[in-house]
Ligand binder design. Structure first.
Ligand SMILES: Cc1cc2nc3c(=O)[nH]c(=O)nc-3n(C[C@H](O)[C@H](O)[C@H](O)COP(=O)(O)OP(=O)(O)OC[C@H]3O[C@@H](n4cnc5c(N)ncnc54)[C@H](O)[C@@H]3O)c2cc1C
Length: 325
């Protein structure tokens, strides 16, 4: 395993309320609480959650994707959902994504697709997930589109990377995946993937992980992010820097300029509803910025992960719930 020491150029990150690990842990644990689930499912979207989701249907999401495009932002979209445990349901998700790829093409949108393997049946059977995602990647290629496989909890990293590798070895080039700087294993995973000249999105990691697999301190997650970003940018392939962390984004801009890494070799990615003005500002400075813009009625887990990232989002939602009563 790679040593965990910090790159010289990076300063110690500032501490802020939003980095409170206890808060984050509390919200992520509460995700499975029945009362919380009932309240958030009932009020969440109407009282602020819609800020993070483009709509409950594809028809509602299309104008949002078009409007982002008109503002100079690239987009991806995701049909929200995960943890499918029924083969027929996984098949219907494949059908929905096939329709989505056709619709993107018919609408002439600059939108690609990001999906979760547990939405396609990974928790039922790895081969089923491989077949399902393979079918979608082939369909996307016919439509000139690209599919990114999101990264889920640490227990799913191994099968996800195995499936990504199998797709690439079968000759699919229009597919990418995600690595999380929170995990100790990621530096080694990256080294192993570089031989494929991969298209990788780098994130900090949105899941609650035990200290045995992930850095417990946010400062270490951030430091590892910088180290991994530098390695990705100097290696073969394409890098998507997915973060709202301005300090990291500035570091990447400076690093790329210093090492002659062209703007066609990387992009920035942020989430719909988070730092929207900054997204446009970066795009106006000539960087490619992609806004991840999900839709669908199964938004609960996605919203809870966004709330866990920032206490202010929870307060905003709670104020709305109290006003409603
Ligand atoms: C495009 C994209 C794709 C992603 N895909 C995955 C994935 O496949 N797997 C995965 O595990 N994780 C994924 N994530 C989530 C990621 O792991 C982090 O949980 C998330 O990006 C928050 O961390 P940060 O990098 O923005 O840094 P942080 O240090 O958490 O935040 C930096 C600053 O950004 C702002 N900010 C961050 N989050 C929020 C929020 N929710 N609301 C308002 N402001 C906020 C705040 O100003 C904060 O101070 C993805 C994130 C992005 C942007």
């Amino acid at each position: 395993m790679a040593a965990h020491n910090a790159p010289a150029a990076v300063q110690e990150p500032r501490r802020s309320f939003s980095l409170n690990p206890l808060f984050r842990k509390g919200i992520l644990l509460a995700t499975h609480n029945r009362v919380i689930t009932r309240v958030v499912r009932r009020y969440g979207l109407r009282l602020g959650g819609s800020r993070f989701v483009a709509g409950e249907t594809l028809d509602a999401a299309i104008p949002v994707l078009r409007s982002l495009d008109e503002q100079g932002l690239a987009t991806n979209t995701t049909l929200l959902g995960e943890g499918v445990r029924d083969v027929a349901e996984a098949a219907s998700v494949v059908g929905a994504y096939t329709h989505l790829l056709d619709r993107i093409s018919d609408e002439g949108l600059r939108t690609n697709v990001a999906l979760k393997l547990t939405h396609l049946g990974l928790d039922i059977d790895e081969d089923l997930a491989l077949t399902n995602v393979g079918q979608l990647v082939s369909h996307a290629a016919e439509r000139g589109n690209f599919i990114r496989i999101d990264m889920e909890e640490s227990a799913r990293v191994e099968p996800t990377l195995r499936i990504y590798r199998q797709l690439r070895e079968a000759g699919h080039d229009n597919v990418g995946t995600v690595l999380q700087s929170a995990l100790y294993r990621t530096a080694d995973d990256l080294e192993a993937l570089l031989q494929l000249a991969p298209n990788l999105r780098l994130v900090k990691g949105a899941y609650l992980e035990p200290d045995s697999v992930a850095f417990p301190k946010k400062a270490d997650v951030d430091r590892n992010y910088i180290r991994l970003a530098e390695r990705m940018l100097s290696g073969p392939g394409y890098t998507a820097i997915a973060t709202h962390d301005e300090r990291i984004i500035n570091h990447v801009i400076e690093y790329a300029a210093r090492h002659g890494i062209g703007r066609d070799r990387f992009e920035f990615q942020m989430l719909y509803g988070i730092r929207s003005r900054y997204q446009i500002e970066l795009a106006q400075r000539g960087y490619k910025v992609l806004v991840a813009t999900p839709y669908g009625s199964d938004w609960y887990f996605y919203l809870m992960r966004r709330l866990a990232e920032r206490p202010a989002n929870v307060l905003f939602l709670l104020r709305g719930v109290l006003r409603k009563r």
